[in-house]
Design a protein around this ligand. Structure first.
Ligand code: ZN
Length: 286
């Protein structure tokens, strides 16, 4: 089953929804790392959550969803863009065995950064006070946008990597009955089983949950794993280091090695590869 996000809307209610399934991207994000099970599950949930949030972007740009805390999971981050190209990484210290979401993060917060290609960068932050990522995100929406939101996230890597989620949100202009309608729709969403979210086709899943309602489904968008690192990007970051320092590093180690935390790619530069860079810098400095 391919990774995709599909939006839908209830014809009779002021409520919109999204389903995201990202098994392959999840697999790509974790495959070259040795994350403990507890961390793998959080990365999967964060990936799906970022995809669901990305679908709300109304412009071209980037989104970054980060969990930061003083627990064993120092940092977990997923970066995405309007084309649903996602990547992510996590930093873990110490034993995570059997720890809950809250224990893994400790005292921390959820940070959402939206960077439009044209326009001001926006950052939203919420303290992590709930027992799960989905509840923390619901909390974020309640605080930042005052929009009743229900989010269901599941991720697991028991037999194979699987990650999926469902989002329901009240539209900004709501009628008087919206609270009751939202309760109704969200109670039905709570009956969805983890396995159903992983495996059912969206139309089938929505029929299972909402066969008494009229829904409109939009064209699905493909979700994919994509890392933006490259040899050129490494070189341009090396260009910000003084040529003397680069020469020093080369003398010490014979080469400069760089590692991408997101996709675990390694980049190896020897003196010959850096010649142009050193000459260019030499020229611009004199
Ligand atoms: Zn990379």
């Amino acid at each position: 089953m391919s990774d995709q996000l599909q939006r839908f809307i209830f014809d009779d209610y002021q409520i919109r929804g999204e389903i995201a399934r990202a098994h392959n991207s999840f697999s790509e994000i974790i495959k070259n790392h040795h994350y403990p099970t507890e961390i793998v599950n959080i990365i999967g949930e964060l990936l799906v959550a970022t995809s669901l949030l990305t679908a709300t972007l109304k412009f071209a740009g980037k989104i970054s969803v980060q969990l930061q805390g003083d627990g064993p999971l120092n940092l977990a981050v997923i970066n995405g863009n309007q084309d649903q190209e996602l990547r992510g990484t996590a930093r873990v210290e110490g034993d995570t065995t059997g720890l809950s979401f809250k224990q893994l993060i400790g005292k921390g917060h959820l940070l959402i950064t939206i960077t439009p290609d044209n326009g001001e960068r926006y950052q939203g932050i919420v303290e992590l006070r709930k027992e799960s990522l989905s509840e923390c995100l619901e909390d974020y929406f309640a605080q930042s946008e005052q929009l009743p939101t229900r989010i269901i996230l599941h991720a697991s890597n028991i037999d194979k990597p699987q990650a999926a989620g469902l989002l329901l949100q009240t539209l900004p202009a709501v009628n008087e009955d919206h609270e009751e309608q939202f309760q109704h729709v969200s109670a039905l969403a709570s009956t969805v089983k983890e396995e159903e979210l992983y495996t059912l086709e969206n139309a089938q899943l929505l029929h299972r949950l909402y066969h008494q309602e009229t829904l409109r489904l939009f064209e699905p968008t493909v979700i994919s794993f994509k890392c933006s690192c490259s040899k050129e990007r490494c070189l341009s970051s090396l260009a910000s280091i003084a040529p003397e320092e680069i020469l020093e590093m080369l003398e010490e180690n014979g080469a400069i090695d760089m590692h991408c935390e997101y996709c675990a790619s390694d980049y190896h530069f020897e003196a010959d590869d850096l010649k142009i860079l050193l000459t260019d810098q030499h020229n611009t400095q004199h």
